[in-house]
Design a protein around this ligand. Structure first.
Ligand code: ADP
Length: 399
């Protein structure tokens, strides 16, 4: 069975083709992988694709995302990265959809009703759901009537206890659906299961703290395989300090800025989502690598940004451990989580009192690895997230 996975974002599209007839005891390499990056220049998309040792890159002089997706899909059947004779060999398409609201707490086969729900939920994820729906419609247009599945980023968190999901505003909020939804669920769920496998334990018996630290950062408290708490909330802005997002700030600051400086909702949106976090505080970049480099050269603003990132991380980790009521393992994943020994070390330093002790020498690895010392009571693992693979698996399970 050949499953095409599309992760459609506002500034990029990533896709993979998996052949699920192979032996899939380990996560297999996809047959083909491609990406569209829309950030290089206005009115242009940069297309790259690869398959079994072959690769191609091309600048597309178009701004239309649906046209870009069409060009990306074409590299499956034409040119150096061709892996199929015809697109009709694709059996199903899996989509990452960011917001499933309260209705969709599991993956679902896409029909008109599901599309209407994704549309209806756009105000809750204005940067993501429109791109997801456009991706679904573009694939419908290209492949015709083949099964498509939506796998929601919010779904893994949908069984959170009410007290963890509720904001203490007026009760009207509860009725209006203003609640914690949580995001990155596909990644948190995948790494939790993978951690249990690596620990040789049953996920149902474990209390795990999963740390997805990429451009967007969130933590999840995973108890017995269920997300019982998470740091992102009604939107992906809450919680940890991120690449260019502030994470949680005193809401009073927003009222102050509106009253004293005349900020509009759109200006606050840009400020908190695009001009804050590592980028805003360091004044250098949203990329932790550049900020750490500047810190090592003595830049004090960069030092403050890194120290604040770590402080916030440890503080929220502590909160998740309280929600778990214990801790068997900590998992680091995504760009920062998979690659930064400095973050592993400084984040875990706060929890030595729980018996969490890292190895003396820590190095990045292309394989998933355990980073705790042999006598550590709590285990720490670095796991490469495989969101596309998890989406393909969810499709297979559903179809
Ligand atoms: P996204 O959330 O957009 O999917 P990723 O999970 O790929 O992003 O994470 C991207 C971020 O990972 C970069 O902005 C950078 O801060 C961080 N990163 C990547 N490699 C390293 C590294 N070697 N050391 C520290 N941080 C890294």
């Amino acid at each position: 069975m050949k499953i095409f996975v599309l992760n459609a974002g506002s500034s990029s599209h990533k896709s993979c083709l998996f052949d699920l007839d192979q032996d899939n005891s380990e996560v297999p390499n996809p047959l083909w992988r491609a990406a569209l990056d829309w950030t290089h220049q206005q009115g242009q998309g940069e297309l790259s694709a690869s398959s079994a040792g072959e690769s191609m890159q091309q600048v597309l002089p178009i701004a239309d995302k649906a046209e870009g997706i069409k060009a990306m899909v074409k590299t499956l059947v034409e040119g150096p990265t061709q892996v199929l004779d015809s697109l009709s060999e694709i059996d199903a398409v899996g989509h990452r959809v960011v917001h499933g609201g309260r209705e969709y707490i599991d993956s679902v086969r896409i029909d008109e009703r599901v599309k209407a729900a994704i549309q209806r939920l756009m105000p809750l994820a204005p940067a993501h759901n429109p791109a997801n729906l456009q991706g679904i419609e573009a694939m419908e247009h290209i492949l015709g009537n083949i099964p498509q599945v939506a796998v929601f980023d919010t779904a893994f968190h949908a069984r959170m206890p009410e007290a963890a999901a509720t904001y203490p505003g007026p009760y009207d909020w509860v009725e209006q659906g203003i609640r914690r939804y949580g995001f990155h669920g596909i990644s948190h769920q995948y790494v939790a299961q993978r951690a249990a496998d690596m620990m040789g334990r049953d996920l149902a018996d474990l209390k795990l703290l999963t740390c997805h630290l990429g451009n967007g950062c969130s933590l999840a408290a995973v108890k017995g395989g269920i997300s019982v708490d998470t740091t992102m909330g009604f939107t992906p802005l809450e919680g940890l300090m991120m690449g260019s997002r502030s994470g949680s700030v005193d809401p009073g600051i927003l009222m102050y800025l509106m009253r004293q400086e005349g900020y509009s909702a759109d200006q606050l949106d840009t400020l908190l989502n695009k001009e804050s976090g590592l980028k805003g505080l360091s004044g250098i970049s949203n990329d932790l690598r550049s900020v750490v480099e500047a810190m090592e050269q003595g830049n004090e603003q960069a030092r403050l940004a890194v120290d604040t990132f770590i402080h916030r991380l440890r503080r929220e980790m502590g909160g998740m451990i309280a929600s778990l009521g214990g801790l068997d393992g900590v998992v680091f994943t995504a760009g920062i989580g998979e690659n930064s020994p400095l973050v592993w070390q400084r984040a875990c330093e706060g929890f030595e009192f729980l018996g969490l002790r890292l190895k003396n020498s820590l190095d990045r690895s292309k394989d998933d690895q355990e980073i705790t010392a042999a006598d550590s009571r709590v285990r720490a693992l670095v796991i490469h997230t495989q969101e596309e693979w998890a989406i393909a698996q969810a499709c297979l399970a559903l179809l």
